[in-house]
Design a protein around this ligand. Sequence first.
Ligand code: ATP
Length: 321
Amino acid sequence: MIVLAVESSAHTFGIGIFDGKNKKIVANARDVFSTEQGGMIPTKVAEHHIAVKEKVLAQALKEADLEMKDISLISYTQGPGLAPALLVGRDFAVALAEEHKIKLLGVNHIAAHLEIGLFCTKAKDPIFLFCSGANTQVIVHEDKYRIFGEALSIAVGNALDKFAREIGLGFPGGPKVEALAKKGKYVALPYSVKGMDVDFSGIVTRAVQLYKKGVAKEDLCFSLQETCFAMLIEVTERALAHCEKKEVLLIGGVAANKRFAEMLDAMCSQRGAKAYIVPLMYAGDQGAMIAYQGWLERKREQKEFDINPKWRVDEVSTFWK
Ligand code: ATP
């Protein structure tokens, strides 16, 4: 069975193709909305997705050396995400499914991030540390996914993006903050862990205040990373101990950050656990993970093709496990 998928939940418009027979990702084409200055405006993101969707589909089919007649299932991101962006992907997937008479499934974007992490690494039963632009969650799979801890206000990726935007670095901010942090030294920022949850909003506010007072942006980037990542490592360590697990799997766009990976690795080594990091090309949003998720759920039937912008991963039935 060959599954073609549409991802459009945020900045990325992606088309992925998964070959179920050979258990292989055969295409992962994408086009990412970005700005030189300012953040993500949902309607602008939707306009971007509409402008690139046909081009990205053609790229994916070419990459896989396939035609639409070879596809037997289409999956799309039903949620969570930005409603205007989700709608573009949903409408495109519905139109393709109708035109080519192919079965259609809407899947959960976060479940797809978790499952592609398992597919691409040797992790078997990890604590998932999911750190993306819109989400920060420590997740464990029991009879379903259970959210052990999460960001109370903004997610870690958004915190980095927000700080970058405020100091004029553009979007996405994470990679820009990482580059500047290499030349920075530590200045104190608020450290905010509440039980198993973390709160990043006060840290960003303080970092922006310090920037306006003349503290070097390199120092603030370094300190922002050190503080946010230390908070996340603390709650992850507690989840490892509580669940008596021996693996952590870092996923989501922020997993691209080398310093974060280094800090997670150090904590895991000290506990006799193993840290797995999702490969860079599957860390951020992309269509391959939605195609793989569609394949996992291939036996399910769906009649209504909605979007669900606030769909939490702990509401997903994990019948395929
Ligand atoms: P979600 O998957 O929850 O819908 P999203 O689409 O915004 O959220 P991803 O594509 O998984 O998220 O990740 C994007 C985020 O990752 C952005 O916030 C970006 O700044 C951050 N990011 C990307 N590269 C790095 C990096 N090297 N260091 C830190 N953060 C990074």
